[in-house]
Design a protein around this ligand. Sequence first.
Ligand SMILES: [Zn+2]
Length: 405
Amino acid sequence: MTTTAYTNAHFFDGEHEGFTPDSWFTVDNETGRVTASGIGKAPAADATVDFGGQYVMPGMINCHTHMASDPNGYGIRPMGERSETENSFNAQRNLRDAIKGGVTYIRDVGSTYDIDIKMRDMRSKYDFPAPGIAASGRAMSVTGGHSDTHEPRSADFRGAYIVDSPDEMRKAARQAFKNGADQIKVMATGGVMSVGDDPNEIAFTPEELREAVREAHYRFKKVAAHAQGNAGIQVALEAGVDSIEHGIYMDEKQADFMIEHHVYLVPTLNAVEAIVADQTDRLPAHMYRKARAFSEAFYDNMRMAVRKHVPIATGTDAGTPFNDFKSGYWSELDLMVNRIGATTQETLFAATKNGADLIGISDDYGTMTPGKFADFIVMTDSPIEDIHAVQQEDKQVYQHGKRVY
Ligand SMILES: [Zn+2]
């Protein structure tokens, strides 16, 4: 075993609050895992890297992405006409953006053609810059629902599993796991970007959702529910889903339920903000109309969730319009602090440890305690002092103890 000692850092290990000055940690170069950490003089090692007082924290996690989408391609050509090749190209570019921005793990919650599963598997064969990937493959949608595109589509387009009964859900969930999904994504309500539905509409019946949850939990896997309207959030919670994505109209009772049952909220603030703030007018009118109609209520409800300490994991919905994998993530952290009132410390936990807990990878990721992979970022300023510190373009990024940027 050869080791590298990283010394002279302000160190947030993801477990304990704040950045501890004059810290060191050691990494086993073969396994890429942290072996020890401490304060003051580091133990002897085969190599030493002196960080000169910079700020080191675990690599960040994005729990809600769509890697096959092009965040700047909306309003140009219908999604359903894009080939698998084109979407795979998007994915590779998005993955590079993510890791460059300091995101070392993502949970993809819906990719056309199962591209997220394929990218995850290719990552272990070919060397290209990418975060770790927990893949869902295609999402589950009802006929006419959030992922059943109304746009023109090519004959071989595969966007989602279209599911209209408990039996079909059971079959689709089993197929998704057979194809290699790490978790299941269900579109439990309507949404913003789709044409024919509304965020307040309930999509799946309780029986259909329970079938997805049962199939996932039988395999020790999880279900992420796109759930925006209040009634649809309720149906999803009662079915036993593991996370509420977006949660636009969640109420206090639902927040209490989520605390009691450790159900995560993944707010995806930047997905809404990027559309609301856009001035280009390039998107279809229904997207602006829907996003602007609920954004204030959304932020109010997210403030309520932060105040009550609902478990929150950071996710951005990266791939939605003007919401890229790098600066979109940075904006999400900014919105957490400056729009919905999370402390910078709470925000950093949501971006690291909580994300790993939600994905189910806490044995390996999310903190820098001994035994975990040495996935970390190095910044010149403290994101506890000012969350904008994460936006540093030339920050260093390490995966499994190797510097990638
Ligand atoms: Zn999404």
